[in-house]
Each structure stands twice: as structure tokens, then as C-alpha cells.
Ligand binder design. Structure first.
Ligand SMILES: Nc1ncnc2c1ncn2[C@@H]1O[C@H](COP(=O)(O)OP(=O)(O)OP(=O)(O)O)[C@@H](O)[C@H]1O
Ligand SMILES: [Mg+2]
Length: 261
């Protein structure tokens, strides 16, 4: 019975295959992500991690395979339709709008839920004013949750990489996603910023959220995740708890061996 209840909300990927021209980027991927868990997705450069995220969000169209959120098949849904079901992501490179303040950038994460429309919410029109106030409050709460409310009115150009990364995560979480995909959140951060990020990621844990983190920083991934999947040249090489993955001889050989020793 418990298994069936879990399956209702899980994200299940079966037999996923992705190719570009003659090059197969993902081979027969079978993975399940559980609600309430933080999952790591690791692997060497070019393993297919970002491509896998792109398949989940609908940016890439797999050659075959199924992606289901609970019972619902997503394969034929567009990226906005998947966003409406609760998918949210951050990208490998910082992508904040430099002309908008941090809190305004975070408000962009609410445009999908805005009734007045994105433009009206930003212009001084009656229809958008109330909504803008409400959205600003939600964006401030998202920044507060990540411990960076004090930079709400700063411009991104004035901030260090660690704060920019947290602001991006605030934008990705402000709409209360069901599935949050973070692509290399620690990229370009120093060790203190990475520790702050690690705490922030742990604070995102919630019974209703599936959080999947792609990352090259092994200390962060091992410290934050409940389970880890390892991709290597488009195939799942290993899956398990951080301890199991750390001890897996194949993983050490193709990936961790470079960093640990
Ligand atoms: N749009 C595309 N067209 C052609 N090839 C692509 C495309 N997107 C990804 N690839 C190829 O797919 C493979 C996997 O790339 P991907 O970016 O998913 O790897 P990754 O695991 O995210 O690597 P990294 O750790 O460097 O970010 C690479 O060989 C890449 O060149
Ligand atoms: Mg990538």
C-alpha cells in the first residue's frame, strides 16, 4: 500500500533515450525521484546531466521513453505546460536580469501564476498594482527563507556570485514548485559561499518537493542528498545512498577517483 501511495507523486523516467543526429546522448535511462527527497545527479563533463534536465522540462525531445509525474505522462507537454504542473529549474550559468533588482528578478518566477500578466504586474496599472504588491511580498519571503532578504533592492551587478546564486534559487522556488531542478548551483562559488549554499539547499527540503541537484562539488552533493545517481556517457552507472556511491568501485574509477585521491 505504501509503495502505491508514493508512486502517485513520484517522478518516473523509463527507457529514456536522446540523440542528436547520429550521436546518442542518453541511453535507456530508468530513474525514479521521490517526493520529499533531495537527489543528486553527478557524472563527468558531457555525461548528459543537463540534457537529462532538458528532457524533464521539455526543452529536449527524447527519441523514446516515458516521463511521468505520478500517473500523468509528460512526453507531449510543452515546457510551459510542465512548468504549470510544478516544474522549476535553475541554469548552469547565472541568468539574472541586470536591469532589475534582486526582488524583481525573483518576482519573474511568479509570472506563470500571475493573472494580470507579466507586463501589467510591472507597469503602474490598477490591475497589476495589487498583484505586484502580493508578488513582491512572496518574493521577499522567498529571499528571507534563503537568508538574503537584505539584498532585495540591490542590482545583481553589485553582488558576489554566492548571493546571485541564492537569488536565482529564490526565483526558482518562489512559485512553490513540486519538482525543482538545480544545474550546478555551486559552480563559480568559493568555499564559504558553497557552505552557505549547502545550508540553503538543506533548508529547501519539504515533504512536497522533489529536489534534484546536478553538481560537480562532491562534498556538497554528499552532504545534502538522500540518494545519488551517477551518469557516465549517457548511461546510469550507479545509484544509491551517498555512502554507497562513494564506495562504488566503478564510480571511483570513472569519476570520483580524479577528485578524491
Ligand atoms: N543541443 C545539443 N546538440 C548537440 N549535442 C548536444 C546538445 N546538447 C547536448 N549535447 C551533447 O550531449 C552530451 C551531453 O551534454 P550535457 O550538456 O548534457 O552534459 P553534462 O553532463 O551536463 O556536462 P557538464 O558537466 O559539462 O555540464 C555532450 O556530448 C553534448 O555535446
Ligand atoms: Mg551540464
Amino acid at each position: 500500500m505504501t509503495v502505491m501511495t508514493q508512486a502517485v507523486d513520484d517522478l518516473t523516467v523509463e527507457n529514456l533515450t536522446l540523440s542528436f543526429g547520429g550521436i546518442q546522448v542518453l541511453h535507456d535511462i530508468n530513474l525514479r525521484f521521490a517526493k520529499g527527497e533531495i537527489t543528486g545527479l553527478i557524472g563527468p563533463n558531457g555525461a548528459g546531466k543537463t540534457s537529462f534536465f532538458n528532457c524533464l522540462t521539455g526543452l529536449y525531445t527524447p527519441k523514446q521513453g516515458s516521463i511521468c509525474l505520478g500517473e500523468k505522462h509528460l512526453e507531449h507537454l510543452s515546457p510551459p505546460q510542465r512548468a504549470a504542473l510544478g516544474f522549476s529549474r535553475s541554469f548552469q550559468h547565472v541568468a539574472l536580469c541586470p536591469e532589475l533588482s534582486v526582488v524583481e528578478n525573483v518576482m519573474i518566477g511568479l509570472h506563470r501564476q500571475s493573472k494580470a500578466g507579466w507586463l501589467a504586474a510591472f507597469l503602474p496599472l490598477a490591475g497589476g498594482r495589487l498583484e505586484r504588491k502580493h508578488n513582491r511580498e512572496r518574493a521577499l519571503a522567498a529571499l528571507d527563507n534563503l537568508g538574503i532578504i537584505e539584498v532585495a533592492d540591490e542590482l545583481p551587478t553589485q553582488l558576489p556570485p554566492g548571493l546571485l546564486r541564492l537569488a536565482e534559487i529564490a526565483r526558482a522556488t518562489v512559485g512553490n514548485p513540486r519538482v525543482l531542478l538545480l544545474d550546478e548551483p555551486a559552480a563559480g562559488l568559493n568555499s564559504v559561499e558553497t557552505q552557505d549554499l549547502s545550508l540553503a539547499l538543506k533548508s529547501l527540503r519539504s515533504p512536497d518537493l522533489m529536489l534534484v541537484i546536478v553538481e560537480h562539488d562532491m562534498e556538497l552533493i554528499m552532504g545534502v542528498c538522500d540518494s545519488i545517481h551517477v551518469l557516465n556517457v549517457g548511461r546510469v552507472l550507479a545509484s544509491g545512498s551517498p555512502e554507497m556511491v562513494r564506495a562504488n568501485a566503478e564510480v571511483i574509477r570513472v569519476y570520483l577517483g580524479d577528485e578524491d585521491d
